[in-house]
Design a binder for this molecule. Structure first.
Ligand code: SIN
Length: 529
C-alpha cells in the first residue's frame, strides 16, 4: 500500500537510477542500450560529491606500478577489514574503466604525452590521475553527462527527491519521488541507488549539501541491510574559517609536499607516524585532533609556502581561487584547516554485482558497501569505485526479473516539523562532538540520548525537502551511533578511547536491518510503518 495521498501520479520505466554522480551515470550508460532509463536527482544533475572530488582517481597504470601493489596499499589502508575480492575487482577493472573514459573524451593532466600521476597518503606509488589540476571529479561528471546526453533512451528527472521505495511482496518495484509538491510513483523492473554519502550529518564536512544519506535511509526503511556503519572517514584537511564552508584541501597537496603545522608553527606529524603527512587518513585526522586538544585550538595549519607560487597556482587552481575568495592566499599564507567528515565506508550491503538483499534493488558507489574500503578508504579510490561498481551494477540490473506492479494510492496527509533547520544544526553538532573522529561509550551514549529526542521524526511522512532530509539524517545518525556503540574496539576510522585495541572478533562486518534495531536498541528505525 502506498504511503502517499491519492493525488499521486505514476510512471513506468525499465530502469530507475537514483543519483547522478559517477556511479549512477556509469550505470546509466550500461543500461541505455537495453531500455528506458530514468535518472532521478534531487538537485541539478551535476550537483553530487563527484563534482567536488579534487585529488583524483587511482589506478595502477604506470610502468613502475602493478595492480598487486595497488591491491596491497588498499588492503593496508582498510586496516584488515577490506573484502579482498572486492578490492581485486576494483584494482583489476579500474584501468580499463579509465581508458574507456579517456576514449569518451576525459582530459586528464599530462606531462608531455604521458598521463601525469601524483601521490597521496598511503599509496606506495605515484598512481593518482588528475584533471585540470584539482578538478578531477568535475571532469568525470562532464564526460559522463555528455555521454549520457548522447543516449536517447536516458532521461533525467532533476529536482526530484526520492522519499521511499515502492515495495511489493518484499520486492522493490520503483520509488516515490517528490517534485514541485507532487508525489510520483516511478515503477521500474530494476531500481539502482547511487545517491552518495551522508557527510551532512556532521557539523564539519567536505560533502555538498545534497549528501544527507537519503539512499541509505530509504533502503533501510524498505528492509535493506546496512553494513559497516561505524566507519566514517574524516578528511584531515578542510578549510577552517568562520565565514567559509569546510572546503576540501586535497590530500594531493600533502602528496606534493605541503606540511601540517600546529598553531605554534611546529610540524607534528613525525611525532605520530613514520609516514608523517602521508600516513593513512584516519591516522592524520586523529593526530590533528590530538594536536588541537594539546594546543587548545580549533584548527591547525597547512603550509605550502615552500612549494613555489607558480607551481601551487598551476597545480591547484580551484583550491587557490576558492581560498582567495575567503582572503587566504595559499601560496603565501598559512592555511587554517580542520578534519571534516568526508566519506562513509559503510552503506547498503551489496555483492560485487551491486545486488542488495531486496530483489529488484541495486546500489553502487558511496551509498553501497561492498567491503572494498574496509575500515578506512584509500585516497582516490572512490571515483574508481563509482566507475567500476557503477558499470557492474548496471549490468546486473539488466537481469532483474521483477515485474513492476502499480502501487495502490491511499489517503492520508503529511506531517510538518517546526524548526527543521534548528534541529538539523543541533543534530550535526551532536554528531561532530559525540560520534566523530574520537569516540567513547560515554560520548556515543550521549549521542544516542540526544537523537532519541527526535525519534518520532524518523517515523513520519513529510512532503518538503528539508523535512525529508532531516528525517533521513536522524535515521542515519542513529544507525552510525548504534554501530559505533556495538563495536567495542578500534579499527581504521572507528576509534574509541575506551577500547583502544582492536578487541575480540574484530575482523567482522556488522550488518543492520530494521529487525536488528528492533531487538537491539530503542532507537529510530524501530517503529514500523
Ligand atoms: C582529496 O583530493 O584529498 C580527496 C580524494 C579522495 O577523497 O579520495
Amino acid at each position: 500500500m502506498s504511503l502517499y495521498p491519492c493525488y499521486m501520479l505514476t510512471e513506468t520505466v525499465d530502469f530507475l537510477i537514483i543519483g547522478s554522480g559517477v556511479a549512477g551515470l556509469r550505470a546509466a550508460i550500461e543500461l541505455a542500450p537495453h531500455g528506458s532509463v530514468l535518472v532521478v536527482t534531487k538537485d541539478k544533475p551535476s550537483e553530487s560529491s563527484t563534482e567536488y572530488a579534487q585529488g583524483g582517481i587511482a589506478a595502477a597504470i604506470s610502468d613502475e606500478d602493478q595492480v598487486g601493489i595497488h591491491l596491497e596499499d588498499t588492503l593496508k589502508a582498510g586496516d584488515g577489514l577490506c573484502r579482498e575480492n572486492a578490492v581485486r575487482t576494483l584494482v583489476e577493472e579500474g584501468p580499463e574503466r579509465i581508458m574507456e573514459l579517456i576514449s569518451w573524451g576525459a582530459e586528464f593532466d599530462r606531462e608531455g604525452l604521458k598521463l601525469a600521476l601524483t601521490l597521496e597518503a598511503a599509496h606506495s606509488r605515484r598512481r593518482i590521475l588528475h584533471a585540470h589540476g584539482d578538478s578531477t571529479g568535475k571532469e568525470l561528471e562532464r564526460v559522463l553527462l555528455t555521454k549520457v546526453r548522447s543516449m536517447p533512451s536516458v532521461r533525467k528527472y532533476p529536482f526530484a527527491l526520492t522519499t521511499d521505495l515502492v515495495m511489493n511482496g518484499g520486492e522493490c518495484h520503483g520509488a516515490y519521488v517528490l517534485r514541485e509538491g507532487k508525489v510520483t510513483a516511478l515503477h521500474a523492473k530494476a531500481t539502482l541507488l547511487a545517491t552518495g554519502g551522508a557527510g551532512q550529518i556532521y557539523a564539519r564536512t567536505t560533502n555538498p549539501l545534497v549528501s544527507t544519506g537519503d539512499g541509505m535511509a530509504i533502503a533501510f526503511r524498505a528492509g535493506a541491510l546496512l553494513e559497516d556503519m561505524e566507519f566514517v572517514q574524516f578528511h584531515p584537511t578542510s578549510l577552517f574559517l568562520p565565514s567559509a564552508p569546510h572546503f576540501l584541501l586535497s590530500e594531493s597537496m600533502r602528496g606534493e609536499g605541503a606540511r601540517l603545522l600546529n598553531v605554534h608553527g611546529r610540524g607534528f606529524m613525525e611525532d605520530y607516524h613514520p609516514m608523517a603527512e602521508l600516513a593513512p587518513r584516519d591516522v592524520v585526522s586523529r593526530a590533528i585532533i590530538s594536536e588541537m586538544v594539546k594546543t587548545g585550538s580549533d584548527h591547525v595549519y597547512l603550509d605550502l609556502r615552500h612549494m613555489g607560487r607558480e607551481f601551487v597556482k598551476n597545480r591547484f587552481p580551484r583550491i587557490y581561487s576558492t581560498c582567495l575568495l575567503y582572503g587566504v592566499d595559499i601560496t603565501a599564507d598559512l592555511v587554517p584547516v580542520s578534519p571534516a567528515a568526508h566519506y562513509i565506508m559503510g552503506g547498503v550491503k551489496t555483492n560485487l554485482q551491486g545486488e542488495t538483499n531486496i530483489k529488484g534493488l541495486y546500489a553502487a558507489g558511496e551509498v553501497a558497501c561492498t567491503g572494498v574500503h574496509g575500515a578506512n578508504r584509500l585516497a582516490s579510490n572512490s571515483l574508481l569505485e563509482g566507475l567500476v561498481f557503477g558499470a557492474r551494477a548496471g549490468r546486473a540490473a539488466l537481469t532483474s526479473t521483477v515485474v513492476p506492479k502499480q502501487s495502490a494510492a491511499s489517503g492520508g496527509g503529511a506531517d510538518t516539523i517546526g524548526e527543521c533547520e534548528a534541529i538539523r544544526l543541533q543534530l550535526r553538532t551532536l554528531m561532530w562532538e559525540k560520534a566523530g573522529i574520537i569516540r567513547c561509550g560515554e560520548s556515543l551514549g550521549e549521542a544516542r540520548q540526544g537523537i532519541r529526542r527526535w525519534q518520532r521524526i524518523s517515523r513520519q511522512t513529510f512532503l518538503t525537502r528539508p523535512e525529508l532530509e532531516l528525517k533521513n539524517m536522524i535515521l542515519l545518525s542513529a544507525l552510525i551511533v548504534e554501530a559505533a556503540l556495538h563495536r567495542k574496539g578500534s579499527v581504521g576510522a572507528h576509534y574509541r578511547t575506551d577500547f583502544k585495541e582492536r578487541g575480540e572478533e574484530w575482523q567482522r562486518h556488522d550488518a543492520w536491518d530494521r529487525e536488528r534495531f528492533g531487538v537491539s536498541a530503542e532507537i529510530p528505525g524501530k517503529g514500523r510503518r
